[in-house]
Design a protein around this ligand. Structure first.
Ligand SMILES: [Zn+2]
Length: 217
């Protein structure tokens, strides 16, 4: 089916790629619309694949299998992918890996969800947390449990940590009169910290002792 849209002429595959731009590198097969959402059949078509252990490219196909992935919702309907991917032989004699699965650029290895869908869930989870995020995800057509959202948050990689030059230091009570703790906060603008500079406290065990650090009250 070809339909004219403005000055563009879109085929069925173009429509699918318009809604799923992250699938541009795979071949789209059938697209089924059922009561439980959209089901897209696709196949990986790259000529070669790199071994994840030695990074040597391989052309020899060992076998094929189908990966099932959840994807972003379309018009509040859940969408799923069934992607036929291949296993390749690794022909590098010095590599311990004999057979490997080709990687998909839109999904991590062993993931059940595309990276785009995972990023969307992570945004919902970070904004609303588990229970409220799960309620919103059902409205959006993603539909996941509070525990899933918490797992998504836990899998977000930690940002790279650099040794701060300026720290805000404050004490607070976990249980007044019994248990106290100290919070170390990094100012948003380390070059222009608010507050009054005070002499640095003695280095704590979890701070690098050899760093010349300035305290801010
Ligand atoms: Zn290898």
């Amino acid at each position: 089916m070809i339909e004219r849209c403005g000055s563009y002429c879109l085929s069925d595959v173009d429509y699918v790629h318009a809604f799923f731009p992250h699938l541009a590198r795979v071949e789209i097969g059938r697209v089924q619309l059922g009561d439980d959402g959209l089901l897209v059949h696709a196949s990986a078509v790259g000529a070669v694949a790199n071994c994840p252990k030695c990074q040597v490219a391989s052309l020899r196909v060992h076998s094929r299998y189908v990966r099932r992935l959840s994807d972003t919702a379309v018009a509040a309907r859940p969408s799923r992918l069934m992607v036929t991917v291949r296993k390749f032989f690794c022909d590098n004699p010095s590599c311990g890996r004999k057979v490997f699965c080709e990687a998909l650029e839109f999904a991590d290895r062993h993931a059940w969800r595309t990276r785009l869908a995972n990023d969307g869930l992570a945004s919902v989870a970070l904004a609303l947390g588990g229970r409220a995020g799960a309620r919103l995800s059902r409205v959006l057509g993603i539909g996941c449990s509070p525990a899933t959202l918490l797992r998504v948050i836990r899998r977000i990689p930690e940002p790279a940590v650099t040794t701060p030059r300026v720290l805000g230091v404050d004490d607070f009570a976990l249980r007044r009169g019994y248990v106290y703790a100290t919070v170390l906060a990094r100012p948003c603008h380390p070059d222009r910290p608010r507050g009054v500079a005070v002499p640095a406290r003695p280095p704590r065990r979890h701070l690098p002792a050899d760093q010349d650090m300035e305290g801010v009250a």
